[in-house]
Design a protein around this ligand. Structure first.
Ligand code: CMX
Length: 424
C-alpha cells in the first residue's frame, strides 16, 4: 500500500468526481428543516455540513469510516489517522512509513519553548498547548505555497504537509507542557524508533515498568480521535480552516473550544466526582452509598459528570473500551473499581430522575480514573491529552475539506426582531 500522500493523491480525483455527480443529481434536495428553538439552541440536530471522517450514531456511538470504534481499540493511533484521511487502514509498510514521517518531523522549534517558558507559571495547560501550536504558524507550508500562488486543486497537499508536521510535534509539545507546568524536570526527547503514542507516554516521564501506561496512552489517543464534524472543536476548526487559514490557526482555534467545561474539560470534573465519593465514604463506596451521593448531587441542582450526551442514547463505546481496559489491566485499583460501580448504579438513578435524555456514561466517565491510577494526577492536564488525539480528526477533516474544495462557512443569522416579524 502507498504512503499516506500517495494514497490520498490517488483517491482525491474520484472523490471530487463523486461530489460533482452528487451536486448535479441531488444538489437542490432538502436534508434539514430548522425550527426557531434549534436556531436559539445551538443548532442541535440541524444537518448543515458534511464530514466524512466519522459518524456518531445515537444507538451505536462513534464509527470511523464505517468501522465501530470498539473494533479499532487495539490499533495504533497513527493507523487511525491514516484511516480518517483515506477510509482504509494502512498495511504494515504504510504504517511504518507514517511512523518514520512523524519521527523525522518531530523536533519542536526552540522558540516554542522560549515562548512557553515566558508564560505565567499558573497558565492553564490548554492555553500553553494552544500557544505552542499558534506560535509555529510561521512554519506553515500551506501559507508559503498560497503566497507563492497555487492552484485550488493543490490546496490539500501543503495542508497535509502541515498536518504531518503538526501531528509529529504535538506529543513533544504536550509532554513538554506537562513537564514545564507541573515542574517535572527536563524535557524528554522523541525516540525515533518508537511509535507516536509510545513516544508521548515516554516523554511525559511517568514510570512505566510494565508498559501498561503506554498501552493506555495509545488507547486514549485512538478513542478520542474524532467525533464527526459538528462538535465545538471540530466545527470551529472547520470554520477557521474554511477561510483558508492554515492548520496552525485552525487547530489552535478548535482546541480553544475543546478547553471549555462543557466539552473537553468535562473529564476532570468526572474524576473529581469519583474522588469526592471515595473521600466521603473512605474508599470504594457501596452501591447504596453511590446511589445516595448521586441523588445528593442531583438534588443540589448539579449534573452527574460523565453521564448524558447530546447525541448518544447508549453507553458510549469509548467508555466501554476504557472499562474493558481497566478490567484487564487494573481490576484491583480502587479508583477504577469505583468507576465500574458508578456505572452499575448511576444510569438507574438518572432514569428515575427523569431529566437526562441519555442516562448512560460518555467517554469522560472513566478515562481520568485510569490516568489517575498511573500517577498522572494533574487534572487540568487531561484536556491536553484529549487534544493531541482530537488533532488527528481535525487535521484529517481540514485536508479533506481542502481536497473537496469546501466553501467558506457562512450560515445566515437572523435577528430576534426578524423571528418576531416573520415566524407566525
Ligand atoms: N446529570 C444530571 N442532569 C443531566 C445530566 C446529568 N449527567 N445530563 C443531562 N441532564 C439534564 C440536563 O441538565 C437538562 O436539564 P434542564 O432541562 O434542567 O436544563 C436535561 O437533563 C436534558 O438534557 P439533555 O438533552 O439530556 O442533555 P444535553 O444534550 O442538553 O447536554 C450534556 C448534554 C453532555 C452537556 C449533559 O448530559 C451533561 O451536562 N452531562 C454531564 C457533563 C458531561 O459529562 N459532559 C461531558 C460531555 C462529553 C462530550 O461532549 O463528549
Amino acid at each position: 500500500m502507498a504512503t499516506l500522500q500517495k494514497k490520498m493523491a490517488a483517491m482525491i480525483p474520484s472523490l471530487r468526481e463523486e461530489l460533482k455527480e452528487l451536486a448535479q443529481k441531488v444538489g437542490d434536495k432538502k436534508i434539514s428543516d430548522v425550527t426557531v428553538a434549534q436556531a436559539y439552541g445551538g443548532m442541535r440536530g440541524v444537518k448543515g455540513m458534511i464530514c466524512d471522517t466519522s459518524v456518531v450514531y445515537p444507538d451505536k456511538g462513534l464509527v470511523i469510516r464505517g468501522i465501530p470504534i470498539m473494533e479499532l481499540r487495539e490499533r495504533y493511533p497513527e493507523e487511525i489517522f491514516y484511516l480518517l484521511c483515506t477510509g482504509e487502514l494502512p498495511d504494515k509498510a504504510a504504517l511504518k512509513a507514517l511512523q518514520k514521517e512523524f519521527a523525522e518531523r518531530s523536533t519542536v522549534p526552540k522558540y516554542v519553548w522560549n515562548v512557553l517558558e515566558a508564560m505565567p507559571k499558573d497558565s492553564h495547560p490548554m492555553a500553553m498547548l494552544d500557544t505552542g501550536i499558534l506560535v509555529m504558524q510561521k512554519e506553515s507550508e500551506f501559507k508559503k505555497a498560497y503566497d507563492k500562488g497555487m492552484k485550488k486543486t493543490d490546496y490539500w497537499q501543503p495542508m497535509l504537509e502541515d498536518s504531518l508536521n503538526l501531528l509529529a510535534k504535538l506529543p513533544g509539545i504536550a509532554a513538554g507542557v506537562y513537564r514545564l507546568r507541573f515542574k517535572k524536570g527536563n524535557r524528554i526527547a522523541y525516540k525515533k524508533d518508537l511509535d507516536w503514542g509510545a513516544n508521548y507516554a515516554r516523554m511525559l516521564g511517568i514510570t512505566d515498568k510494565t508498559g501498561i501506561f503506554t498501552k493506555l496512552i495509545r488507547l486514549y489517543l485512538t478513542l478520542h480521535c474524532d467525533h464527526e464534524g459538528g462538535n465545538v472543536s471540530a466545527n470551529t476548526c472547520h470554520t477557521v480552516g474554511s477561510a483558508l487559514s492554515d492548520a496552525y490557526y485552525a487547530v489552535s482555534a478548535g482546541l480553544n473550544g475543546l478547553a471549555g467545561p462543557l466539552h473537553g474539560l468535562a473529564n476532570q470534573e468526572c474524576l473529581n466526582w469519583i474522588l469526592e465519593t471515595m473521600k466521603k465514604f473512605k474508599g470504594v463506596p457501596t452501591d447504596e452509598q453511590i446511589r445516595n451521593y448521586a441523588w445528593e448531587t442531583l438534588n443540589s441542582g448539579k449534573v452527574i459528570p460523565g453521564y448524558g450526551h447530546a447525541v448518544l442514547r447508549v453507553t458510549d463505546p469509548r467508555f466501554s473500551a476504557f472499562l474493558a481496559f481497566g478490567k484487564e489491566y487494573l481490576p484491583d485499583s480502587p479508583v477504577f473499581q469505583t468507576v465500574a460501580k458508578v456505572y452499575d448504579v448511576v444510569p438507574k438513578v438518572l432514569e428515575e430522575h427523569g431529566k437526562a435524555k441519555n442516562p448512560w456514561p460518555n467517554v469522560d466517565a472513566g478515562s481520568g480514573a485510569l490516568l489517575y491510577h498511573f500517577g498522572l494526577k494533574e487534572f487540568p492536564y487531561y484536556t491536553v491529552l484529549f487534544s493531541v488525539s482530537r488533532a488527528m480528526g481535525m487535521l484529517a477533516q481540514l485536508v479533506l475539506n481542502r481536497a473537496m474544495g469546501t466553501a467558506i462557512t457562512r450560515p445566515k443569522s437572523v435577528s430576534t426582531e426578524w423571528v418576531k416579524q416573520n415566524v407566525k
